[in-house]
Design a protein around this ligand. Structure first.
Ligand SMILES: *Cc1c(COP(=O)(O)O)cnc(C)c1O
Length: 345
């Protein structure tokens, strides 16, 4: 039986169409700017996001770091969420490699940063202070539960950035999920920002890669940063070929994953010992109650025996995160609900 892996949408495999496109991809040396498939992906991504240029990067982490290095000088400061991926899960790259200080403000339960918190975090013009250079948002916000940020909210943050002469970067690893949730094109969510990174892997199923988009001058700087970070790839067209399918086709079906997440949350509400904490886009968080029939470890092991993988959220023994994706069909969602009912019944 095929394993149902609910840990993350990073576990998605490339589709058959992707594998075929990868095998047939026309390639060249991308460091020379001569890989036609990479060039096409960068060009089409930029057009889709309403930006001048794009840059294929090996990962979201690399895209965010290349963006920060291109926007910020050493000793400058960025305003970011205290639960932002860039702050929590990117190995401190901005500080280690860019000499950039993160100035964190609390991420709210709906994934936003309070506008007043952002305003209060902007440093004045004083020789004692670091210089505030940039505001960054994460859409969807993974750590608090995959919450999508709206066009209106993003515009308000963009207005603050403009009023204070700051750059605005969006970590849009799952921006297509946010767009699907809001029923808007990604261009609308990207419009207020100077730059945005999105992931081709995760829910879009490409085997690897992200794309950074922004102005032509910005991307030129980011390309230099990418080279410095060891991200100048050669015949990367084999990856970009899958990325083009991710961009055009896989991005159009994410509402299915959101419906499956809603269905899973609904089913879990009927499982004894399980308390659903939240469901947004393709994420479901739940809590395994003290009174549940099994301990968290025994629960995970019992599901594993049925080829279902769930794991407690790091740092929270009883909190579990399920992430829906292409390879978890409606039928498999039903199997998961049934299995949980059985092992906890
Ligand atoms: C996955 C993710 C990234 C980038 O992760 P990589 O594993 O480096 O591709 C960045 N931000 C968010 C919000 C993510 O979920």
């Amino acid at each position: 039986m095929q394993t149902i892996d609910l840990r993350s949408d990073t576990v998605t495999w490339p589709t058959e169409a992707m594998r075929a496109a990868m095998a047939a991809a026309v390639v060249g040396d991308d460091v020379y700017g001569e890989d036609p498939t990479v060039n096409q992906l960068e060009h089409e991504a930029a057009a889709l996001f309403g930006k001048e240029a794009g840059l294929f990067v090996t990962s979201g982490t690399q895209g965010n770091l290349a963006a920060l290095l291109a926007h910020c000088e050493r000793g400058s400061e960025i305003i970011t969420g205290d639960k932002a991926h860039t702050f929590m899960y990117e190995a401190g790259g901005m500080a280690a490699l860019g000499g950039i200080m993160p100035h964190t403000v609390p991420v709210q339960a709906d994934g936003t940063l309070r506008l007043d918190d952002i305003r209060a975090a902007i440093r004045g013009n004083n020789e004692h202070f670091p210089r505030t250079r940039l505001i960054t948002l994460e859409n969807t916000q993974g750590t608090v539960g995959g919450q999508p940020l709206s066009v209106a909210y993003t515009q308000q943050v963009g207005d603050i950035a403009r009023q204070h002469g700051l750059k605005f970067h969006i970590d849009g690893a799952r921006i297509f999920n946010a767009a699907a949730a809001a029923g808007v094109p990604v261009r609308a969510l990207a419009e207020p920002a100077d730059s945005l990174t999105f992931c081709l892997s995760k829910g879009l199923c490409a085997p690897a890669g992200s794309v950074l988009v922004g102005s032509r001058a910005f991307i030129q700087e980011a390309r230099r940063a990418r080279k410095m970070l060891g991200g100048g790839l050669r015949q990367a067209g084999v990856l970009a070929a899958a990325g083009l399918i991710a961009l055009h086709e896989m991005s159009q079906r994410l509402h299915e994953d959101h419906a499956h997440a809603a269905c899973l949350a609904e089913g879990l509400r009927t499982v004894p010992g399980v308390r659903v904490l939240s469901q947004a886009t393709n994420f479901v968080f739940f809590w395994l109650e003290e009174e549940a029939a099994l301990s968290p470890a025994a629960f995970a092991a019992a599901l594993r025996a049925q080829h279902i993988i769930v794991s407690p959220y790091p740092g929270h023994e009883r909190k579990f995160r399920c992430v829906l994706h292409y390879w978890i069909t409606r039928e498999r969602v039903e199997m998961v609900i049934q299995a949980m009912r059985q092992v906890l019944g």
